[in-house]
Design a protein around this ligand. Sequence first.
Ligand code: BGC
Length: 503
Amino acid sequence: MGREDSVSNGLMTTATLACVAVLAMASVLLGWQKGRGGGGGGGRVQALIYEFQHRCALPLHLLRKISEAMTHEMTAGLSTESGSRMPMLPTFVEKMPTGNEKGVYYAVDLGGTNFRVLRVLLGGREKRVMKQEFEEVAIPHPLMVGTSAELYDFIAKKLTDFVSRESSEFSTHAAAGARELGLTFSFPISQHSINSGLLIMWTKGFKIADGVGQDVVQALQQAMNRQHGPKLRVAALVNDTVGTMAGGRYFDPDVMIGIILGTGTNACYFERADNVHKLQNGKPLPKTGSMVYNMEWGAFWSSHIPTTHVDEQLDAESINPGQQLYEKMIGGMYLGDIVRRMLLKLAREASLFSGEVPQQLMTPFVLGTPEVSKMHADESIDLRVVAKTLAKIGIHRTYLHTRRAVHDVCDIVALRSARLAAAGITGILRKIGRDGKNGEYTRTVIAMDGGLYEHYAKFRIYIQAALTELLGEEAVKYVVLENFKDGSGIGATLLAACHSQHG
Ligand code: BGC
């Protein structure tokens, strides 16, 4: 999305935006009433949907409390090592790309369901990104739960193959010696420097016991050595939020925050050194200037966040119970499964599917967030996209009122997720004094990336509506959410260039 588009998004008649949330609620009520009849326990379905809606509701006063809790937790996490559930990790990124970067750089981007390798040719201020090439592959599930050597060997193999296919268009511009690489590793990492760091834990369905505590750069270098491929040096190890922020800043100097709304969720921002009081690995952090902090906001929690029994179950049955609770209500990895669990409850307790409990709904993750997004976007009178999507997972011949209920559940879950994310965003804006509350309005761009944000249109509208409620109609005009698609990969190459040994 270009800047123009997102500015106009930001300025989209705010009255319309503020109404969206209200209309969404109303559609839940009206939708059901219109579709009554035709099998199933209508009254009970309606009652359960009301209950979900009520339990997931985030009226403005709650949003404000959650947003304030976010600001508070940020300060706490910067004060002492375990001051908050959010680790607030220093990234050792103290400078952002300026546009003057030149040369050939590589990136590896690992973090969600896909894995990418890319190379770029940077041509300096005038020519910018002259050429880029990338390859993307889905990460086979066994690798997400296997051994660390298997995962790094897989990455190293793909990377070696990719680097060895570098064409002369790139190589004629490359500096002599090892190619340099930005490694985007989208998990919590305790960094010691710009290009080293220990993995704290896995998230998003990864669980590789021997990977925790390992230096990820060393692990990759060792795997590269096992491949006997071209020489590569990891110049920068970055989180995807940091890569996105750097990618955004390359094109827009007003980028202050990076946010991922994808399989998982997280945020980073520039923090002044004098606001940071904790030690890192027993040592004080540099006290000059500012540094990007990787918040790991997926670990955030506040008692004001509305939960249901379904959320508790999802967490308890996850591979990381008790962790990443905010992420489990927002991230694309989980929204589909929250919907599935709610539908299962509706089927069991209110005969949503005419008394049958579809076997398919018992399979965890059978419903993904892309399906939820498609069903939610269905505006047809007979909700035929909902029907088709349900049929794809083996639930055939549904009544219209059943499909309406499914549509309503998608709405409840996406609305809560978007409003929670908006509360987090305003929490950061408050922390950096960009929420307009001091009467000063400065254009602040938030670099966004991730499939949830990119592909789920209603979700984006809900975020914007909640931001308008929280910030007010004037201040929200200065906060621009800009989608930098695949920004994290490009950003990693740019940060590799900023930290290059070739000068
Ligand atoms: C990880 C973060 C990452 C986010 C988005 C979370 O699960 O802990 O490091 O930035 O997902 O990919």
